[in-house]
Design a protein around this ligand. Structure first.
Ligand SMILES: Cc1cc2nc3c(=O)[nH]c(=O)nc-3n(C[C@H](O)[C@H](O)[C@H](O)COP(=O)(O)OP(=O)(O)OC[C@H]3O[C@@H](n4cnc5c(N)ncnc54)[C@H](O)[C@@H]3O)c2cc1C
Length: 359
């Protein structure tokens, strides 16, 4: 049967939207040029840094709303699929440099779930952290294992009967008379009423007469160390590195931020600098061998905000450009995009993400 909507890109954004649209009664297909979930969503650290993101006033409502949606999103997904997502609700420790303490305190004032800690609090919460500056506990900012999360979303989509076509690159979108779209790959063609571009860092490359989607890749390299039997209790975010505990003593150390086009090569020297900064604050990591290094491409826009909503072409929608926040914003994005497609009300703040701002 002909789908109502094709989503281009089976990253976390595409897959969460597919679930939401299907739940609202639409027939959905997802096309991905490679393997579902194996690009930026695979590379991500999985921090749900909603409080941090709230420092950006234009992103604050979305960040707070997505943090609120997360526990239910995870519970439903894990129940439906029987798969774990690595959701850890233990909060984040933010390391503020001593000379910027006042700025940090001012920026975070008025936000829920922010507690400035005494040295003895820090020692009790995270005994191996050796940091002389000020530390805040962000008790709403949790984490997931983004690989497990996107795998569970893939499984959920399959259980719901949503076709996910892997190895199918959309090479052309073509507006047809009567308001439908022809979505084309090298070997396939499908006519639909709605197309959503959720192609991550590649979103700007979808072929259309006018470029309306200024998304560029921003490379991020990260690594994983094995610290078992020891494990961190919290996510730790510092100025120039972060640490994210994963299952069974694995700790993710991230991440670089580089303008390197579509290059995804790994540079061990850069990663060892990252590791050295982390070891200076958590010396026990000196004993933790590296088990994996990788790079991914964050989808970035010129103003750092996502592109969500109607493009200049009726029936063609954008859900891209989530930059460093796509894991956090996925459930909120799915909910918001489903409302937009159904012409239901969305909060006024969504206007800040309108693709029209670049046209
Ligand atoms: C190192 C690193 C750490 C990060 N840490 C975090 C974090 O802690 N928290 C957070 O919230 N975010 C984080 N991010 C950002 C997050 O990963 C992204 O914002 C998010 O994954 C974007 O999801 P997406 O579905 O838009 O893109 P992707 O996951 O990249 O998916 C896009 C998909 O589109 C497909 N595609 C592309 N072009 C086509 C085409 N023409 N036809 C068909 N398919 C196509 C690709 O194959 C891909 O599968 C991090 C990113 C990196 C790189």
């Amino acid at each position: 049967m002909r789908p109502d909507v094709i989503i281009v890109g089976a990253g976390l954004i595409g897959l969460t939207m597919a679930r939401e649209l299907q739940a609202r009664g639409m027939r959905v297909e997802v096309w991905d040029q490679s393997q579902a979930g194996h690009e930026s969503s695979w590379a991500a650290a999985g921090m749900l840094a909603g409080t941090m993101l709230s420092l950006n006033r234009r992103l604050r409502p979305a960040a707070q709303a997505s943090l609120t949606l997360y526990p239910e999103f995870i519970a439903q997904l894990e129940t439906e699929t029987g798969q774990k997502t690595g959701y850890r609700a233990s909060g984040t420790l933010l390391l503020a440099p001593s000379d910027e303490e006042n700025t940090f305190r001012r920026d975070f004032s008025g936000l829920d779930g922010v507690d400035w800690l005494s040295p003895s609090d820090v020692e009790a919460l995270e005994p191996e952290l050796q940091y002389s500056g000020t530390v805040a506990l962000l008790s709403r900012d949790h984490s997931v294992n983004s690989r497990q999360l996107v795998t569970a979303c893939r499984t959920s989509a399959a259980l719901r009967g949503i076709p996910i076509h892997e190895g199918r690159q959309v090479t052309r979108l073509h507006a047809l008379p009567g308001g439908t779209w022809s979505v084309e790959s090298e070997k396939h063609r499908q006519v639909v009423a709605h197309v959503i571009n959720a192609a991550g860092a590649w979103a700007g490359q979808i072929d259309l007469p006018q470029p309306a989607c200024p998304v560029r890749p921003v490379k991020g390299q990260a690594l994983q160390v094995e610290a078992a039997p020891w494990q961190l209790r919290h996510v730790i975010i510092a100025q120039d590195f972060y640490l994210v505990p994963r299952a069974a003593g694995s700790i993710l150390v991230g991440a670089t931020q580089e303008e390197a086009g579509f290059d995804k090569s790994v540079c061990p020297e850069q990663l060892s600098q990252l590791q050295a900064r982390a070891r200076a604050c958590v010396p026990i990591l000196k004993n933790a061998p590296v088990v994996e290094m990788w790079a991914g491409l964050r989808p970035a826009t010129p103003d750092g905000l996502p592109l969500l909503g109607a493009s200049g072409y009726p029936g063609y929608w954008l859900a891209a450009g989530h930059f460093r926040e796509g894991i956090l914003l996925a459930p909120w994005t799915a909910h918001t995009m489903a409302n937009l497609l159904a012409d239901l009300p969305v909060p006024a703040e969504v206007a800040a993400f309108s693709p029209a701002r670049f046209q």
